[in-house]
Write a protein that binds this ligand. Structure first.
Ligand code: SF4
Length: 169
């Protein structure tokens, strides 16, 4: 099957209320280079692990649930599979759903790389939760993020203004 049509995933959660606002379908991608101390998803680190899922099959499940607010891409590190995820995110947006994306990279790193597939994925993302998990800054009071160093970035406004605009500002 062509690379664009499959994802290597650690798992999915079909209905979540903790990975962004509303009811969300969460895709945990397989493979992560960040190795954050205290990571709760260490099984998602090996790039050879997990299982293959067809993008079409994931979209069929998403379409089937009329209660969903959006889709959250988490990990693992989603940007390791930016090309198929950009295609998926574009189709999720076409359904009228929002896309949230959790990454261990910082916003500035992603922009500096100038990788076309990673930029395409950003362009189909509403909110980016960026930065590695820092267990010294872990807080259960931090809404939708694991540690206080991570930012909830409003991606369309940030791209348009050329500066980080936080979601909810
Ligand atoms: S980026 Fe996420 S999945 Fe990767 S090591 Fe850090 S906390 Fe774990």
């Amino acid at each position: 099957m062509p690379e664009e049509e499959t994802l290597r995933v650690a798992g999915v959660v079909k209905e979540s209320i903790v990975d962004g606002p509303g009811l969300r379908y969460v895709i945990f991608t397989q493979g992560c280079p960040h190795r954050c101390e205290g990571c709760h998803n260490a099984h998602s680190w090996p790039t050879e692990g997990g299982q293959f899922r067809a993008v079409d099959a994931l979209l069929a499940e998403i379409r089937h649930d009329s209660l969903l607010t959006g889709v959250t891409l988490s990990g693992g590190e989603p940007f390791l599979q930016a090309r198929p995820l950009a295609a998926l995110a574009q189709r999720v947006k076409a359904l009228g759903l929002t896309v949230w994306l959790y990454t261990g990279y910082r916003w500035e790193e992603l922009l500096a790389e100038n990788d076309p597939h990673r930029l395409a994925l950003l362009e189909h993302t509403d909110v980016l939760v960026d930065g590695r998990f820092d267990q010294t800054r872990k807080s259960y009071a931090a809404r939708f993020r694991g540690s206080l160093n991570q930012r909830l970035i409003h991606v369309p406004q940030s791209l348009a203004q050329g500066r980080v605009v936080l979601w909810g500002d």
